[in-house]
Structures are given as structure tokens and as C-alpha cells.
Design a protein around this ligand. Structure first.
Ligand SMILES: Cc1cc2nc3c(=O)[nH]c(=O)nc-3n(C[C@H](O)[C@H](O)[C@H](O)COP(=O)(O)OP(=O)(O)OC[C@H]3O[C@@H](n4cnc5c(N)ncnc54)[C@H](O)[C@@H]3O)c2cc1C
Length: 340
């Protein structure tokens, strides 16, 4: 397993569950749960713009519910959710949201959220949010007796031959694996796998979220601003709200030092907040800036590469937390079937 983000770790968990006899190695050049998973807002919305994504969302929702049932200490918390749009959006919302989300008209928006005249709000059930890095680390902690975990070990080269997949590590070691899952998050362009991944035509986009005040209460709802592809998420445990909006900066290199929040980010975010949440404090903003891999189809990429021994899993379009269980299951299917 190359990459110890939420997708690589849940894939390792799935493979270990299905094949307790298999020898599984999880390698990350950093600590597990770093990368995009460390910066994630971790919001699960019970929806999908295509039938495949809806099915993945449904699968993943059940998986996380079961995970929390087994490990109630995990930082995965249900959150009330409101969706703000216009009446024109309703048919699409009814198709995108899972039937069990029970899209229903609602009036009770959190304090400070006052959408413009003509807006309509709905409530949906089944949303949750997580500290994705903490969940990832907890999953790996449980796995350490079953699989081998190597952190701070960079994969420098991947090659296929008739015997398996050769890996050259930054430590100088050379390994051969029968099968490899490549879950590199936004590190699509790493020299070790760039030529393998290039044909997938995935790209890396910056993701920006602001931390805005004041302090949310434990019962506050997350609010999706449908038209703007933005959301407000209460994070009472951190003492602030998170405002995520769509930043259209493409072909970002995750290894280039982040510019942090720029004046442009703040202007774009404030413009939406002024219209929809004029009561939210927007001075002295802080936030999180990183990036994620996007497939270009709106659906995650889980594909066999080369001769079928290597499976790529990722490019989940900013939804890698909420869809990770379904991505992991599909990756494990492909490993078992030899790529078909
Ligand atoms: C600000 C922000 C907010 C987000 N909000 C949400 C949200 O609300 N809901 C949601 O579902 N998703 C959200 N996402 C997206 C989600 O976090 C990602 O899709 C998900 O974390 C990707 O997981 P991953 O395992 O594919 O990648 P990562 O977590 O990036 O893991 C990839 C791993 O590969 C390792 N790696 C890279 N190169 C090498 C190498 N050469 N050798 C060894 N290891 C290597 C890295 O160190 C890293 O640990 C958000 C993302 C960001 C940045």
C-alpha cells in the first residue's frame, strides 16, 4: 500500500480483513494521516451527483456508522445539515441526496446565516464530520499487529515485471510485491509513478477553507450553499466554524510551499459569506490551504494500471474522506480480481 492517507489506510484495513493470511505493507514518506487527510474538513454529505457516487456515499455512510459502533471513541461526529438553494434546485437535490437523507423544507438556520431573498433551505439526515487524520491514525494503530507500517520511507521507483511489482525505497531497499495499491493523494506527479498515473488525466486543485468566528454550539447545523458549492461546518471542538468554498487554482504541486491564504482567497470567500452569512465574523481570518486530486469525471478513480498488479485509488474530487470506504472496497475488489 503506497500512501498512508485515509484512502490507503482504509484499503489496507479492507485487504487485511479479506485476506488475513496476506502480507500487507503500508508505506508513507511521512507519518500516516499527513497529506490531504491532515487538512481535511472531513465532512460527509449523504449525496452524489451520479448514481455511482450516490452508491459510494451510501456504502461509506454505513461503513463509518459501523466503525463508530465498534470504536465510539473515534472523532466521527453526527452533525445536523441544512442545504440552501432556490426552488429551481429542488429536483436536482432530490435526485442527488440519498432517499434516506429525507430532504425536507427547513427554516432553522444557524445564527449568523441569512441567505438572500428567494433562497430556500432544506434539512437532510445522515451527515457527519471527522478529524480525518485522527481516524486514519486510529485505524492504523488497530492494524499494526496485522500489517507492517513503514513511515518516513519514500517510494522512489515503481516497476512491473513478470514476478511482481518492484519498489525502490529512499532507504536504498528494493522490495518486490505481488500487488500494489497506489493511494498518493495529490502526489500524482511523484517521479516514482508519474508515467503510470499520467494516462488517468487526473489533476490537482487547491482547496481553501477559512476558520471563521464566533464559537459554534454543539447543536449547530452545517450549511451547504448549493449554488456556490460552499459550506459552513461548525467545529465546536476547535472553537470556530469552517467555511469551505471552491477555489479554482489548478495544477498545484503539493511539495511547493503553500502560499497560505492570499488576499484573493479572502476576497472570494468574503463575497459568499457577505451574501449568505453576514453575521459570521470575517475579520482576522485564518484557515487551511492544501490541495487534492480531481478525476475530471466527478467520480473517484479506482483503476488497475499496467498489467493489473498496480491499482490506483484516489482522485476523489475533494470527497476523499466521505468516499474512502467505498474506494477501498473497490480497490480490494480489483486486487483480488487481478485488475478486471
Ligand atoms: C482543506 C481540505 C478540505 C477537505 N474537506 C473535505 C471534506 O469536507 N470531505 C471530504 O470527503 N474530503 C475533503 N477533502 C478531501 C480529502 O481530505 C482527500 O480527498 C483525502 O484526504 C485524500 O486521501 P488520500 O489518502 O488519497 O491522500 P493523502 O491523505 O494525501 O495521503 C497520501 C499519502 O501519500 C504519501 N506519499 C506521497 N508520495 C509518496 C511517496 N513517494 N512515497 C511514500 N508515500 C508517499 C503522502 O505522504 C500522504 O500521506 C478536503 C481536502 C482538503 C485539502
Amino acid at each position: 500500500m503506497l500512501g498512508g492517507g485515509i484512502i490507503g489506510c482504509l484499503t489496507a484495513r479492507e485487504v487485511a480483513r479479506r485476506r488475513p493470511d496476506a502480507s500487507v505493507l503500508l508505506i508513507d514518506r511521512d507519518l500516516v494521516g499527513g497529506g490531504a487527510s491532515l487538512r481535511s474538513a472531513g465532512l460527509h454529505t449523504p449525496r452524489g451527483a451520479t448514481p455511482a457516487v450516490r452508491e459510494m456515499a451510501r456504502f461509506s455512510q454505513r461503513y463509518y456508522t459501523e466503525l463508530v459502533r465498534r470504536r465510539p471513541d473515534l472523532p466521527i461526529r453526527p452533525v445536523a445539515m441544512r442545504v440552501v438553494g432556490t426552488t429551481d434546485d429542488e429536483p436536482r437535490l432530490r435526485s442527488d441526496y440519498l432517499p434516506e437523507a429525507g430532504l425536507t423544507a427547513a427554516e432553522d438556520l444557524p445564527d449568523g446565516v441569512r441567505p438572500p431573498a428567494g433562497s430556500v433551505a432544506w434539512s437532510v439526515q445522515g451527515a457527519q464530520y471527522a478529524d480525518v487524520a485522527a481516524v486514519t491514525r486510529a485505524v492504523v494503530a488497530d492494524l499494526r499487529t496485522e500489517i507492517e507500517v513503514r513511515e518516513a520511507v519514500r517510494v522512489e521507483a515503481v516497476s512491473e515485471d513478470a514476478d511482481g511489482v518492484g519498489l525502490r525505497l529512499g532507504t536504498g531497499e528494493e522490495l518486490t510485491a505481488g500487488r500494489v495499491v497506489l493511494a498518493p493523494g495529490p502526489w500524482l506527479g511523484a517521479p516514482a509513478w508519474r508515467s503510470l498515473v499520467d494516462p488517468l488525466a487526473a489533476r490537482v486543485k487547491r482547496i481553501v477553507a477559512l476558520h471563521v468566528g464566533g464559537r459554534p454550539g454543539p447543536a449547530d447545523a452545517a450549511v451547504i450553499f448549493e449554488r456556490e458549492d460552499a459550506f459552513l461546518l461548525p467545529l465546536p471542538g476547535r472553537g470556530h466554524w469552517l467555511f469551505s468554498y471552491t477555489c479554482a487554482e489548478w495544477d498545484v504541486d503539493p511539495d511547493t510551499p503553500s502560499p497560505g491564504l492570499t488576499g484573493r482567497h479572502l476576497d472570494d470567500a468574503r463575497e459568499i459569506l457577505r451574501r449568505h452569512a453576514p453575521g459570521m465574523a470575517v475579520d482576522r481570518l485564518s484557515g487551511r490551504v492544501f490541495c487534492d486530486a480531481y478525476s475530471g469525471t466527478g467520480e473517484p478513480l479506482v483503476r488497475a494500471l499496467g498489467n493489473g498488479r498496480i491499482v490506483f485509488a484516489g482522485a476523489a474530487n475533494g470527497s476523499g474522506y466521505r468516499l474512502a470506504p467505498a474506494i477501498a472496497a473497490r480497490a480490494a475488489d480489483l486486487l483480488e480480481s487481478g485488475g478486471s
